[in-house]
Design a protein around this ligand. Structure first.
Ligand SMILES: [Zn+2]
Length: 160
């Protein structure tokens, strides 16, 4: 029984979330947040860790990330308080962030979330969104690397 408890405890410690960006991480702070080569002045905001992995595959992006842990969805009872929005605002206020890139699927929930965060952040920093050549409601993680790289490259200022 004690061995089982110990194993469960270790498993829980091994797969956690980065305390800075909320990406899946075995360490308290993930590899991306710790990498000195990554640009801290740019934060790419995504819905979940799968999106980080998809964008990393493009090898185009050199900034940092912030994982929301979902999207605002009144239908499912998910409000802004259930997402990692407050820590994002704190990061933008505490660091010298020059640009926040909203990389969120253009679904109804995605648009609501993008506009909500855009409104909160625009007084403090430049907010852009990736250009979607993706079908409406298409998920980031299913986009091929070329499409995703182009979407990042073609990002434009968010209008709220
Ligand atoms: Zn991190």
């Amino acid at each position: 029984m004690r061995e089982l408890a110990q194993a469960l405890l270790e498993a829980k410690q091994q797969v956690g979330y980065c305390s800075v960006c909320y990406h899946l991480s075995a360490e308290e702070v993930c590899d991306i947040c710790r990498a000195p080569s990554r640009d801290s002045a740019t934060i790419c905001v995504v819905a979940d860790s799968r999106d980080v992995i998809a964008i990393e595959k493009t090898r185009e992006y050199q900034g940092k990330y912030h994982v929301l842990g979902g999207l605002i969805s009144p239908m499912e009872g998910i409000g802004p308080d259930q997402l990692h929005i407050t820590p994002l605002i704190r990061r933008v206020n505490q660091q010298d962030v020059k640009e926040v890139i909203m990389a969120i699927s253009p679904s109804v929930e995605g648009e609501t979330t993008t506009l909500y965060i855009g409104k909160l952040l625009q007084p403090f920093t430049r907010v852009t969104r990736i250009a979607f050549g993706l079908p409406m409601g298409g998920d980031l993680e299913y986009a091929d690397e070329v499409t995703l790289a182009r979407a990042l490259e073609g990002r434009r200022d968010l209008e709220v």
